[in-house]
Ligand binder design. Sequence first.
Ligand code: SF4
Length: 272
Amino acid sequence: MKEKSGNDRDKNTLLSMADNPNFIPGIYNYCDRWCERCPFTLRCMVYAMEKEAFPDQKSRDINNKEFWQKIQQSLVLSNELLRDMAKARGIDLPSVLPEEMARKRRMHRKEAEQTPIARQARLYSIGTGEWFERHEQLFKMTEEILTKEARLGIKEPELTTVNILEAVEVIRWYQDQIWVKLMRALHGEDQEEELDDDELQDFPKDSDGSAKVALIGIDRSIGAWTQLSENLEDQSGSILDILANLGVLRMKVEERFPRARSFVRPGFDQEI
Ligand code: SF4
């Protein structure tokens, strides 16, 4: 009997994971990838796979050569599995994307990048990075005030500190993700339009799911900026400008993807 190669063993491990009824199918497609805060880690196949591939801090270090080798291996493996599954159904997948299809994808991506929604989300991402650079001094000043309050035993400096740290963490987490998810929604929407309507009408649209994740990121960012403005002595009014811009972006996304809010994300929006 022929001995199984390492690759076959990896494929089998992946397939047996995919068969595990404990995992919620597709839950990882519409999450915010904040696994440390996710209540579904034990029900998520991607989390299990990542834990197996990157068990410790060192293996997750992006400066580590092994990290990138693992990423490459898992991409090759997923590609092979996809091909095996297609072959089993009598479909022969081309090894490279046909030029016409690749050209269309590039075109859709460029079009998506130029939409007012994508441009505003990109500006938000860049602007947020710049805001934190410009306000370094404000954070230092606030830290000094809070340290003084703690020494004098007045007010609630611990609570204020927790509120600020939490708000910053949330803002930083979603800062780029809002744009990334909106790009996926806009790009996906173009591709969905190319398909026959009948093919799609019974299925929830991936573009709505991605837009929903972006909207949740915007909601949470608005909450976090509000929390930051309540706990920092920012006299410049710059946070209010950011909040106003995020509010407009949220409105535009809801207009463009009117069914996004009602999209049911596997796991997160279901009774489990
Ligand atoms: S569903 Fe939860 S555990 Fe899985 S990838 Fe998303 S955030 Fe991480």
